[in-house]
Design a protein around this ligand. Structure first.
Ligand SMILES: [Zn+2]
Length: 155
């Protein structure tokens, strides 16, 4: 059976609230900065182009709760953007090293995987072969920052 996966950025409702409030959910002001190329944007799951207006905010990506549901820094577009709706693995993130960190349904962390460039998508499919795995975070290797979440698509 093929497991269909869903790739989850910072939710649009969270972004609307943060852009409207002018600060993130943890009180950090939404400060526009001009991006260089290649900042990983968690609003639309693309890498920024030179000169785009982005901001660094704090986000808690795990909706499962529990002690592992930590808060971390993410880059987002300052203004409205199309978000991410694509059914496929975000192309801009395919050729990066990544840590794939799986969680069970209670939010407990399971064994993670270090994925080489080009291997994240295949490794994700392998992780989801385990019925214990409810959610996987795709994270940066050095800083550990969350890039996006992956879950099984609801039937
Ligand atoms: Zn965006």
């Amino acid at each position: 059976m093929i497991t269909e996966l869903e790739f989850v950025p910072v939710p649009a409702t969270d972004l609307d609230r943060i852009r409207c409030n002018g600060h993130d959910d943890f009180g950090n002001p939404l400060v526009a900065r001009t991006s260089g190329a290649g900042a990983p944007l968690r609003c639309c799951l693309t890498l920024s182009g030179e000169g785009e207006q982005i901001a660094l905010i704090s986000h808690r990506p795990s909706s499962l709760g529990g002690p592992y549901a930590e808060v971390g820094p993410v880059f987002v577009h300052v203004g409205p953007c199309p978000g991410f709706t694509g059914p496929d693995f975000p192309a801009d993130f395919a050729d990066r090293h990544a840590v794939l960190r799986p969680y069970d349904a209670a939010g407990q962390m399971l064994d993670g995987v270090l994925a080489e460039p080009g291997e994240s998508e295949g490794e994700l499919k392998r992780l989801f072969d385990d019925p214990e795995v409810a959610l996987v975070h795709v994270r940066n290797v050095i800083a550990g920052c969350w890039n996006f979440s992956v879950r099984r698509k609801a039937a």
